[in-house]
Design a protein around this ligand. Structure first.
Ligand code: MF3
Ligand code: CO
Ligand code: CO
Length: 272
């Protein structure tokens, strides 16, 4: 399978799926409070996707080769958990940071997006890590245009993360997305400018940097899904689904509650 170019009809469906995924995060935000379990957040999101949106939660029973079927409808990754955290009976507490990653299927098309949430007051380090990781996502988005290369995206992300004293997780990456959850290409969050696949109008992929406060190394928990930092340092992630347009990028996973473009990259979007 190679990288597909989406048709105008595909793109219209991906806009809808993307908005719906982002709206699940808008919906759940008020529920992310000290004392709530990630299992409860999973149930709330599941019911919202199924009953309010008429969507299928893509993670539920998702079983790529080598994995057991994923048991829940969202991913919730707390503090030193990097990604694919499986919701459970543990309650969030003040000072936690948590990534909620939502993937919906609407009309056969996937929308995939995640945000960081801070539970009560958090440490200066936790705040800074969430902020820098969000900037990394947008520095990546700012590279997207026909003729640019995947290495340009990875480099922009890596440079900022490492320049701030953080590290980039290597084992997981962004991905093409459409009627399948994970398609080609792999979108690495590190790399060299001018290398890798050349972007073309109509490609759709995610950018979803995972940035660690400590070292980049990760390990997998015995549940077969949850990824944690090996040194137990904090980790953050933000994700958008992106369309390559004639003159740049369109963020498909947008909604009323999605945070805006960070100051650091704002000037790179003013001429579009
Ligand atoms: N949403 C994740 C991503 O961004 C994938 C989660 S797979 C799951 O690619 F099975 F854990 F849900
Ligand atoms: Co993704
Ligand atoms: Co995701």
């Amino acid at each position: 399978m190679s990288v597909t170019i989406k048709s105008p009809a595909d793109i219209e469906k991906m806009r809808i799926a993307g908005r719906l995924a982002s709206e699940v995060l808008d919906f759940i935000e008020a529920h992310v409070q000290p004392g709530v379990t990630t299992e409860a957040l999973d149930r709330l999101c599941h019911d919202y996707m199924v009953e309010q949106q008429g969507c299928v939660p893509a993670p539920l029973n998702y079983a790529p080769p080598g994995y057991r079927p994923y048991p829940k409808s969202i991913c919730s990754s707390i503090n030193h958990q990097v990604c694919h955290g499986v919701p459970g009976p543990k309650a969030l507490k003040k000072g936690d940071i948590v990534n909620l990653d939502i993937t919906v299927i609407k009309d056969g098309y996937h929308g995939d997006t995640s945000r960081m949430f801070q539970v009560g007051a958090t440490s200066i380090l936790a705040k800074r890590l969430c902020e820098v990781t969000y900037e990394c996502l947008w520095l990546g988005i700012a590279q997207v245009r026909p003729g640019a290369r995947l290495g340009d995206i990875g480099h922009a992300i890596q440079r900022h993360a490492e320049g701030c004293g953080f590290s980039v997780v290597r084992e997981f990456c962004g991905h093409g997305i459409g009627t399948k959850f994970h398609e080609e290409p792999q979108v690495l969050h590190y790399g060299r400018p001018g290398t890798g696949l050349e972007l073309r109008e109509g490609m759709i992929f995610t950018i979803e940097p995972m940035i660690n406060a400590g070292k980049a190394a990760i390990s997998e928990l015995p549940d077969g899904w949850t990824i944690v930092t090996k040194d137990r340092s904090l980790s953050a992630q933000w994700e958008h689904t992106i369309l390559v347009t004639a003159d740049g990028a369109e963020v498909l996973t947008r909604s009323a509650g999605a945070p805006g473009i960070p100051e650091l990259v704002a000037d790179q979007f003013t001429t579009r």
